[in-house]
Design a protein around this ligand. Structure first.
Ligand code: ZN
Length: 133
């Protein structure tokens, strides 16, 4: 396993890039709207992992709610796994609370599923299985 990305909630990606891009010097290599999750994402590689900037695309986006409550910040940590179905089954058998019992389609054709923060010490954990094309 490895950390695939860190998800950061922003009010707007363009504004956030003034810090993460221009000032800090990371490069935005991919921007995409993930309709299913009502977010626009920007991917900024940093070492072997990436910063994922998240911007809500509607008022009922989970990111809108997060920003309302906390004003932005680290939203989730994404762990890359080889076989997401297998990991979900294992977590379920251990009695862990899942937000997604079956994987959904994420950015760049990845399969993703979220684990509830109540099972992960208050951290929203995203499991990612990369699309090998
Ligand atoms: Zn993510």
């Amino acid at each position: 396993m490895k950390i695939n990305h860190l998800g950061i909630a922003t009010k707007g990606i363009d504004e956030a890039l003034k810090f993460w891009g221009n000032a800090l010097g990371l490069e935005n290599v991919h921007t995409e709207t993930v309709e299913d999750q009502k977010v626009r994402v920007a991917m900024l590689p940093i070492g072997e992992t990436r910063i994922e900037l998240l911007e809500p695309t509607s008022e009922d986006s989970p990111i809108s709610k997060f920003i309302e409550k906390r004003g932005g910040g680290i939203h989730h940590i994404a762990v890359e796994v080889e076989n997401i179905e297998e990991v979900l089954a294992k977590l379920k058998s251990e009695g862990m609370r899942l937000i997604d019992e079956t994987p959904r389609l994420g950015a760049e054709g990845c399969l993703v599923a979220f684990v509830h923060p109540s099972s992960a010490n208050g951290v929203l954990l995203e499991l990612v299985q990369e699309n090998k094309h």
